[in-house]
Design a protein around this ligand. Sequence first.
Ligand SMILES: C[S@@+](CC[C@H](N)C(=O)[O-])C[C@H]1O[C@@H](n2cnc3c(N)ncnc32)[C@H](O)[C@@H]1O
Length: 256
Amino acid sequence: MLYYDFPDAYDLFYSEDFHIATLKYYKKIFSTKKIKDVLDCTIGTGMLTIPMAKLGFNVTGSDINQKMLRKAKINFAKEKLMSNFVRSDILNLSQTIKRDFDLVMSTGNSLAHVQNVNLKKAFSQMDSVLKPGGLLYFDSRNWELILKRRQRFYLFNPIIRDKGRVNYIQVWDYNRDGSMVFNFLIFEEINNKIISKRQFYVIYYPFTVETIRLILEEMNYQNIQFFKMGDPENTNLQNSNWYSVMATKPFPELLK
Ligand SMILES: C[S@@+](CC[C@H](N)C(=O)[O-])C[C@H]1O[C@@H](n2cnc3c(N)ncnc32)[C@H](O)[C@@H]1O
């Protein structure tokens, strides 16, 4: 079962602490920029984008998965936050979204869902809805580090709920064609008894930092920055499990 078809299960793992840390981080990197209108083109259930709305940006969210979008709507409404939602493949943004933004972001390690052959297209589609001088931003797992370590099993601390807890394990498969499957095993417990066992998967297509740098340079993006996610001063990606990329779209006159 595709994880994203079960947004309630997906949202189990977002905590208040994570929310506060994300808000602080976005404030640090975006509040000094000239940004009003923001698109997250892989918004999912919105948990990584709600902090942007809380910071006062006008958020639009798109995603390929209608179920995730529906949950995003609920999550925004719970927080009494406004947003627009559009169902769109990242590879088709220019067809589905007929306006442009000051910031186009892809949050939550989503770009690796796009196959490597389509990565350039994904960026050009993000570019198509970004204003000249606007910011492109995304975060990603450090795939090079993952492929070097080839760790398979990840045990997480249980998430404690009112009457029980949620036990959560990830198992990562490394496929011969270079893709990866992340398996999510979720066991819910009430009064020390397992009441449900669920298994989900998602597929990723790892890419290198260099691939991204080359694509953005080819597109003449300026001020391309790579840094550890959550810690913009740390540009050493060697030991960063997760990184962020920020770059500025050139003005057309600069391209002549
Ligand atoms: C890891 S989730 C991240 C969701 C959200 N940004 C977050 O951080 O919780 C990846 C999201 O990318 C979406 N996605 C996958 N392929 C996509 C595509 N081709 N176009 C748009 N969204 C896509 C999935 O539906 C899912 O909601």
